[in-house]
Design a protein around this ligand. Structure first.
Ligand SMILES: Nc1ncnc2c1ncn2[C@@H]1O[C@H](COP(=O)(O)OP(=O)(O)OP(=O)(O)O)[C@@H](O)[C@H]1O
Ligand SMILES: [Mg+2]
Length: 240
């Protein structure tokens, strides 16, 4: 279970105001909402990168802020993340970027075979030795996804996985994320402005509005709601 209870995050002003929702492991959650509504801050707080001002965040039944350190570390090591800006190291090779989480978790060894295998999973071949700056935007996105997957995480976050990509590359990435969420039991959390394609395999949808939960429910409830903003999302993605 992933459970967020009365989460409040205040920087200079309130960014997340009183967020509560819960969904079962091995399901797919879409997080939508306007730019600045708090989606990335919510994700970072779920990763333990931003500490809440109040409230609880429990992932795989472990409170990631108050549980014993060893338990928190175990949960964190079972999470993979695709950050909004990819967060790849430009001056490093594809291999060095992807191997990073393994080096961090297991020490500095040769992970060439793991890296080649995960690159095949994201449909990239023979690019281990390339530098990040030599890649196209779509390739960078797939390298960043490969890095998120290299530790075989039980939970994976994708923050805006298709923003800025052309429609054909976007479709490839959506298909890949769908395959990855289906192929193994894995909790998948996708932050996106574009629900087209993702809604097909989503189980739950959370919509934030200015730091509040505007909607949380399963796909059925999402398709049937009278919420005007959601209707706009559905319309623009061609669902209604
Ligand atoms: N480290 C920070 N310090 C202060 N304010 C922050 C910080 N990070 C985010 N914010 C503010 O929190 C609010 C929510 O930001 P967030 O990045 O979560 O938005 P978002 O929903 O992900 O938007 P987008 O769709 O543009 O990525 C914004 O007003 C932002 O300026
Ligand atoms: Mg964001």
């Amino acid at each position: 279970m992933v459970t967020i209870e009365n989460l409040i995050i205040d920087f200079d002003n309130a960014v997340l105001k009183d967020i509560s929702f819960s969904f079962p492991d091995n399901s797919v959650l879409l997080i939508i909402g306007r730019s600045g509504s708090g989606k990335t801050v919510l994700m970072k707080s779920m990763l333990g990168l931003i500490k809440p001002d109040s409230g609880n965040i429990s992932i795989m039944d472990v409170d990631i802020n108050t549980a014993p350190k060893r338990e928190i570390r175990k949960v964190k090591s079972s999470i993979g993340v695709l950050f909004q800006n990819n967060a790849l190291f430009d001056s490093m090779s594809v291999y060095e970027n992807i191997a990073l989480p393994l080096i961090y978790n297991r020490g500095n060894e040769d992970y060439s075979e793991n890296v080649i295998e995960i690159l095949e999973t994201v449909h990239l071949m023979n690019i281990s030795d390339k530098q990040i700056h030599e890649l196209s935007g779509g390739m960078m996105k797939r390298v960043a996804i490969a890095r998120a997957l290299i530790t075989e995480p039980d939970i994976i976050f994708y923050d805006e996985p298709i923003t800025g990509l052309d429609p054909i590359t976007s479709e490839t990435i959506i298909k890949l994320i769908k395959e990855l969420s289906n192929s193994e039991k894995r909790t998948t959390i996708i932050i996106t402005h574009d629900i087209k394609g993702f809604l097909d395999f989503a189980d739950f949808i959370l919509m934030l509005d200015n730091g509040n939960v505007d909607f949380f429910g399963n796909k059925n409830e999402f398709m049937k709601t009278n919420n005007e903003t959601i209707k706009k999302y559905l319309k623009s993605a061609g669902y209604i």
